[in-house]
Ligand binder design. Structure first.
Ligand SMILES: Nc1ncnc2c1ncn2[C@@H]1O[C@H](COP(=O)(O)OP(=O)(O)OP(=O)(O)O)[C@@H](O)[C@H]1O
Ligand SMILES: [Mg+2]
Length: 227
């Protein structure tokens, strides 16, 4: 089943001499359960593409369809609700709320939506992420790896259809990075989600089902990884 599809997705920043064609006519289709790695040189358009896929930005032209919905045909407000429910994000710098505990950070998307919390699922998730003894801790009382695991919990709290991660291990040493990546993969697998990860790490990319390579705003390769 297809979870995400783009049609001629294009993003141009600035005008005149400052004009940058950051993404040109990207056509991608991602199936449920797939683990996709996005690679390419610095400045090639990876983050631009990820932000567009997740509804964080607006394309110059083209469309993004998630679960059958053309997300940029929604109003700003509808899109932010759709994003909260259907899409999870993990960033390089964890973006946690400093005054909330680990558990509160994880359940925040549900609280913002007045949604009843599926306590069993959240407990399960916290256990899976190895955060059972750290629920009451504030972000600055956690290690980098633990903070990133909290942000993964937050991304998965709503059981989203698709999770996007932009260099999720970029700020971690290799051991913690490997652990975080493994946990993200396990959770996504366990809850039948779909994962799109930008990475410079060839080790991570080689674990993906599929690698999309971007150069100069264009998809130059999109192929399955041999097992
Ligand atoms: N808000 C912006 N305004 C103008 N230009 C931008 C903006 N954001 C990105 N760009 C330009 O668009 C191009 C693609 O940037 P993007 O951040 O998508 O690259 P990237 O592949 O994620 O790079 P990196 O690996 O360094 O994170 C770059 O040339 C960048 O300078
Ligand atoms: Mg980037």
């Amino acid at each position: 089943m297809e979870v995400l599809k783009t049609i001629n997705l294009t993003k141009t920043y600035g005008t005149g001499n400052a004009r940058v064609e950051a993404l040109k006519d990207a056509n991608i289709s991602i199936k449920q359960g797939e683990f996709v790695a996005v690679v390419g040189p610095s400045g090639s358009g990876k983050s631009t593409m990820l932000h567009l896929l997740g509804g964080l930005d607006r394309p110059t032209s083209g469309s993004v369809i998630i679960d059958g919905k053309d997300i940029y045909s929604l109003s700003e407000k509808e899109r932010s609700i759709f994003r909260r429910r259907k899409v999870g994000f993990v960033f390089q710098f964890y973006n946690l709320i400093p005054v909330l505990s680990a558990e509160e950070n994880i359940t925040l998307p549900l609280l913002l939506d007045n949604k009843e919390i599926d306590k069993a699922y959240i407990e399960d998730l916290i256990g899976l992420l190895g955060l059972k003894g750290r629920k009451e801790h504030l972000p600055n009382e956690l290690s980098g790896g633990q903070q990133q695991r909290v942000s993964i919990g937050r991304a998965l709290a709503y059981k989203p259809s698709i999770v996007f991660a932009d260099e999720p291990t970029g700020n971690l040493d290799s051991k913690n990075g490997r652990e975080v990546m493994e946990l993200m993969r396990l959770s996504v697998q366990k809850y039948h989600q779909t994962l799109v990860v930008i990475t410079h790490d060839l080790d991570i990319a080689s674990q993906a089902d599929r690698i999309i390579r971007i150069e100069d705003g264009m998809i130059v390769r999109d192929e399955a990884v041999r097992a």
